[in-house]
Design a protein around this ligand. Sequence first.
Ligand code: NAD
Length: 299
Amino acid sequence: TPKIGFIGLGRMGRPMASNLQRNGFATLSYDVNPQGIAALVALGGRAAGSIAEVARESDIVFTMLPAHPEVRAVVLDGIVPHARPGTLVVDMSTIDPLATDEVAAAVEAAGLGFVDAPVGRLATHADRGECLFMVGASPENFERVKPMLEAMGTTIHHCGPAGAGIRMKVVNNYLAIAACQLNAETLTLAARFGLDVERTIDILNGTTANNGHLKTNFPVKVLAGDIEPGFQIDLAHKDLGLALTSASSMKVPLAMGAAARECLQLARSRGFGGKDFSALLDAWCDLAGVEAPRLPSKT
Ligand code: NAD
């Protein structure tokens, strides 16, 4: 089996690397924050002292980092100078597609392989090994990385060559995040009308208003009183920015998303940036002067 390196053990990286380790892929991991590494070591993984060490010792290196400045720094300054020829770099972060293109070109110029495999679905899916991957890779690199993706997820889409995965992810998150804001506004209005939230969700889920936030996200997060991330509003704001920047350079108007990005900015300005994106509901109820609705506790 190939030697696996994993860099970035945050809310997503930690459970994903843990699932690799549990499924028989020995991991050597690194994060600037030692907390994440400790979780892997507890499962029998090895801790690296530096990115260079991960690069030198791995056949395949996965990165799960916040945004393109971190991916650029880790891959271009840390992995490329130290990796052996033929090493495969697999970036699973959500970043600017143009940064993916730049990183992919530098990696390939150094005689290494590059795959973008950003992740759909939520952190709770990552915990259960139920990630969805949108993969950009050559057919050979796709086959090489597939067994590891299968250890972390249940659904793997090969979207095209390197760069196609991240573009699909930007498209996916555009809709998922703009829709999150729309759900927050909708439930704020329902609360202001005095409607029961459980009944409201039940009805919306039975009409064309239905969507994933109402089915699987809000009921287990904000409506259950849990606004710890999950997926941070700060990261969701970043992702809408990725769609808007790409679209702008291609002269594609994204009107709803532009409005939604400023709504998320407003939530960030009021201290919600580090909270789960479903907490847009709490931010909106706050603004509207309505008590934020909660589902009755099941216990
Ligand atoms: P996070 O902030 O919890 O984790 C990022 C980790 O990277 C942290 O542990 C941080 O210490 C580490 N890190 C930062 N700079 C580093 C460096 N230079 N070297 C080593 N480690 C470094 O974020 P997350 O929620 O795990 O998200 C990671 C990526 O996945 C983001 O691009 C996000 O948009 C995307 N994503 C998140 C979710 C979600 O639901 N949370 C879902 C799909 C995709």
